[in-house]
Design a binder for this molecule. Structure first.
Ligand code: ZN
Length: 677
């Protein structure tokens, strides 16, 4: 990589239809951030680009479902996603979005340039059309059975069960995701990127010139190329997206996978007027960090687009990761099977580095991997607290106790001291070679080995015992331990930026860069360090239990959502039914019953009278939100005394799949006391 003057690092644009979870962090953003921080520490010129992907069908579907505009959806999630990244220290130079004006302009320019060079083919063919909704069914607007694996819920662009990229016509028994009806075929014109014409140079560029790419990336590209590339449509009949910027394209927008990767470039253009050198100078090294589902887009389609445009460089590497599972199941936004970053921080405030550490240590670099809460706890308690935190703490506390924090002057080094000092440099080299090869798990393990070495050194040399007999010897021991500590602050900074920033502050070495790592004179005699507080704290069993319970609750809710309804009860006669008097009513006042957890005392206008009803709903509603609500009440249920309060009647409620109660309410406001029959 010495041939390159600078590095542009992009990380996959998260899709703005939900918050980000640990799978995103482990697969893309933690490794990208580690890499960028490492290059910055080395003093290299690097730019780190991110942003939200805000076009495409899932966003319009979600908007329709919620009765809001697509812009509302992307505004909401862009904000949440951006904040999560900031909170976890993902150090983007810019985090932008694909609904920006700059992006619209640049995506249009690139399309027009390719169009002008004859880089597209225009084809009119038949596509699925929903006659009920009066609209063409692109991508996720159409679902059906996957022809490869038989998954019944495959989308028109991809089967999520087997990962295969699909065309809508590949689906067996297709149906519209809007109306559920069977679609018809109708003619429409689209622009295609003729990938088949790019196949020859792609084969050479990937299969011959980039044999160093990770085996999972290289292998996926090879299987795509071996299957033979087909022209791929880059426009869609949709009303959400960037309009196709040529005449005769009314009602058509750019395919989301055409515009999204251009988002990297437009974000760079928003950041600096000098943006072209990061995208067009052959002396710039381009790296795309992505998950495995994006390999084809970043290794084949985006490079083909850039080649067709003609003035851009191609990526030098695409270190894609596999997927992270959660407690042995696939992470799923729709099934809420995830650890959401914003929720993690509510439950574990200040423990960003603990999650970054656990995710890097279990990163799915070569195969899918599993995150479990037990493993998270073990890594925090047994590694961060017991190894790293313990070594730093012992070193700083002893230095404070023996020398009031001043670094002692070392005496003659023993062979063991010299060996230990030498290991610091070999540790740096191991971390470095793994980082350069995108092996972040191994790089982290090598850096932690230095903390292990430090602990062993202290255990072997026992300064707390020797100080009584040979205080001069202890000066050397503490000097060596302090140098190890200073090296840890540098080597671990890319991985644990919050904690190492703190440590640098305690040590007073804020300015040291990567080149200083490996040296054994980072802290000179007389320099004063402070001992600070504990760097890491334990995660208790109760906290882990709470997280596991949360997942069990989710699982239960998912099961309930698909579970059949309860079987019907025994028949009642019509006469028996008519004896029950159900009326519409309105809650006037509500008050929690003291010394109970479940009961709320309601004052209800039944139309017949105003009466008191005690209801077991306090775990589902607050007393403040109840007044004014329309409800249904069994008014002739015999009065009962509950906690000394006479309750006359019963409020009707239904239970949802999460076990949460909802009122049975007339569908519009009607007069209190109207009989329900
Ligand atoms: Zn499939």
């Amino acid at each position: 990589m010495s041939n390159f003057k600078r590095t542009t690092v992009t990380s996959a644009l998260p899709y703005a239809n939900g918050p980000v979870h640990i799978g995103h962090l482990a697969g893309v953003y933690v490794p990208a951030d580690i890499y960028v921080r490492y290059l910055r520490l080395k003093g290299e010129e690097v730019l780190f680009i991110g942003g939200s992907d805000e076009h495409g069908v899932p966003i319009t579907i979600k908007a329709k479902k919620e009765g809001v505009t697509p812009q509302d959806i992307v505004d909401r999630y862009h904000g949440i996603i951006k904040k999560s990244f900031e909170d976890f220290g993902i150090s983007f130079d810019i985090y932008s979005r694909t609904t920006s004006k700059t992006h619209k302009e640049l995506a249009s320019e690139i399309f027009k340039t390719i169009e002008g060079k004859g880089g597209f083919i225009e084809k009119t063919n038949e596509q699925y059309y929903d006659e009920t909704a009066q609209q063409f069914l692109a991508d996720r607007y159409i679902t059906g059975k996957c022809p490869h694996c038989g998954n019944e819920n495959a989308y028109g662009d991809q089967c999520e069960a087997c990962g295969t990229s699909l065309n809508p016509t590949d689906l067996i028994n297709p149906k519209s995701a809007i109306s559920g009806s069977a679609p018809v075929m109708r003619e429409t014109k689209h622009w295609y990127l003729p990938l088949d014409q790019h196949e020859a140079w792609l084969r050479q560029w990937i299969l011959e010139d980039h044999k160093e790419w990770k085996p999972n990336v290289y292998g996926q590209c090879k299987s795509w190329l071996d299957m033979g590339l087909q022209p791929r449509a880059v426009s869609r009949d949709l009303d959400w997206g960037i309009p196709v910027p040529v005449a005769g394209a009314e009602g058509k927008v750019l395919y989301v996978w055409f515009d999204a990767p251009i988002g990297y470039i437009s974000a760079t253009r928003e950041l600096t007027p000098d943006w072209e050198k990061y995208w067009k100078d052959p002396e710039t090294r381009m790296i795309h960090f992505i998950g495995k589902d994006n390999i084809v887009f970043h290794c084949i389609i985006f490079p083909a687009m850039l080649k067709a445009e003609g003035s851009y460089i191609l990526p030098d590497n695409v270190p894609a990761n596999e997927f992270l599972n959660l407690e042995n199941e696939k992470i799923s936004t729709s099934r809420n099977w995830a650890v959401w970053l914003h929720e993690y921080l509510e439950d574990f405030p200040g423990k960003q580095d603990s999650l970054r550490y656990a995710l890097c240590a279990t990163a799915p670099e070569t195969k899918d991997n599993d995150f479990t809460w037990k493993d998270f706890q073990a890594r925090n308690n047994n590694e961060l607290v017991a190894i790293l935190g313990n070594f730093i703490n012992r070193t700083l506390v002893l230095t404070s106790n023996y020398y009031k924090g001043a670094v002692p002057t070392p005496g003659v080094m023993t062979d063991y001291d010299s060996e230990t000092v030498k290991s610091i440099m070999s540790c740096r080299e191991n971390v470095e070679s793994n980082l350069e090869a995108f092996r972040f798990r191994q790089a982290l393990a090598e850096a932690m080995n230095l903390a292990r070495l430090g602990n062993k050194y202290l255990a072997d040399t026992e300064p707390w015992k020797v100080v009584k007999t040979d205080p001069e010897r202890v000066k050397t021991i503490m000097y060596v331990s302090l140098q190890i500590t200073a090296n840890l602050a540098i080597l671990l900074e890319p991985f644990l930026p919050f904690s190492m920033d703190k440590l640098r502050g305690w040590l007073g070495i804020t300015g040291l860069n990567w080149d200083a790592a490996g040296r054994s004179d980072l802290l000179v005699p007389g320099h004063v360090v402070s001992s600070g507080e504990l760097m890491f704290t334990k995660v208790e069993d109760a906290e882990i239990g709470k997280q596991i319970q949360k997942l069990l609750d989710t699982k239960k809710a998912n099961e309930n959502a698909v579970a059949p309804a309860l079987p019907q009860k025994d028949d009642v006669s019509f006469e028996e039914f008519t004896r029950m008097d159900i009326r519409t009513a309105t809650i006037l006042e509500a008050e929690k019953v003291a010394k109970t957890t479940k009961l709320i005392k309601l004052k209800v206008d039944t139309g017949i009278d105003v009466r008191t009803i005690v209801s077991g709903i306090a775990e589902h509603f607050s007393a403040e939100e109840l007044p004014g609500k329309s409800i249904s009440v069994i008014v002739n249920l015999a009065p009962r005394s509950i906690k000394g309060i006479e309750s006359k009647g019963m409020v009707l409620l239904a239970e949802d799949e999460n076990g949460k109660l909802v009122f049975v309410t007339p569908e519009k406001k009607i007069k209190n006391g109207s009989p329900v029959k």
